[in-house]
Ligand binder design. Structure first.
Ligand SMILES: Nc1ncnc2c1ncn2[C@@H]1O[C@H](COP(=O)(O)OP(=O)(O)OP(=O)(O)O)[C@@H](O)[C@H]1O
Length: 255
């Protein structure tokens, strides 16, 4: 299933937050969204997921979700949002229970998604026993369990230290390479965007408009830390964002 955003714009009362966002999210692609603080990235993700409706334009789903999809648009958040009193498998099974899935089907799905997220062997662990990176793997496993058409990822690695972030990026590349998934991936981190994005949408400061869409052709599995092409693209992204990020930062400080 592809997504198409057609002229999406939004105002909260008198404050225009987003303007004229037209964008395609093709199936099997990771589309990263970057932009200065407060430019409307998370708001855009909420519109894509249908949690809120934009005041202008629309989000169109083109084609059908994968067979057996329980929740075509599924979120992964920065703060993991996993239940502390449930084990790893209990957190994943919760979303299946919500859809009435039980028994051997549940066990098969859990075993599959835990294997895909390098969590096999941690089925009985509680969140308090897990590092931040492992908790986020659980959140990703839980998202995969519902066979989403599109994963909506809002700063999924931002709460992690830089080394864990590198490991999780490797995991996401491995996950995508084995079975391509579709994602809209919001991040502040330009290194993350150039490592994971098939395209990178650069938004301007509020009201967020598309400044540029940068496409990266290099296969994900060939993108290494320190790759000169990626560094060049990252510099280009920063040149687009630098002044606006500075202004947005000052705006926040001014309240
Ligand atoms: N429910 C709401 N009511 C009013 N204003 C809102 C609401 N949600 C978001 N905003 C405003 O919309 C703007 C965009 O917010 P949003 O969180 O989408 O930006 P962002 O780009 O994700 O920010 P950040 O990078 O800091 O996470 C901000 O100015 C925010 O204060």
């Amino acid at each position: 299933m592809d997504l198409r955003l057609e002229g999406v714009g939004h105002a909260y009362d008198t404050v225009t937050v987003l303007e004229d966002i037209t964008l395609d999210v093709p199936s099997g692609h990771i589309v990263c969204i970057v932009g200065p603080s407060g430019c409307g990235k998370s708001t855009l993700l909420r519109f894509i997921g249908g949690l809120e409706q934009p005041t202008k334009g629309r989000v169109v789903q083109v084609g059908s979700p994968p067979p057996g999809s329980l929740n075509p648009l599924t979120y992964v958040f920065q703060d993991f949002a996993i239940l502390p009193w449930r084990t790893v498998e209990g957190n994943v099974s919760l979303v299946l229970e919500d859809h009435g899935i039980k028994g051997s089907e549940t066990r098969e799905i859990i075993s599959d998604v835990l294997a895909r997220t390098n969590l096999t062997g941690f089925e009985k662990a509680l969140p308090k026993q897990l590092s931040g990176g492992m908790k986020q793997r659980v959140a990703i496993a839980r998202a995969l369990a519902v066979r989403p058409a599109v994963m909506l990822m809002d700063e999924p690695l931002s709460a992690l230290d830089s080394q864990t972030r590198e490991l999780l990026m490797d995991d996401l590349v491995g996950l995508w390479t084995r079975t391509p998934f579709t994602s809209v991936y919001v991040t502040h981190n330009l290194a993350e965007a150039v490592r994971l994005g098939h395209s990178i949408v650069v938004l301007s400061r509020r009201p967020g408009k598309i400044r540029e869409i940068v496409t990266l052709d290099k296969p994900l599995e060939d993108r290494q830390l320190g790759d000169t092409d990626l560094e060049k693209t990252q510099k280009h992204l920063w040149s687009l964002l630098r002044e606006e990020a500075r202004t947005a930062d000052t705006e926040l400080l001014d309240g």
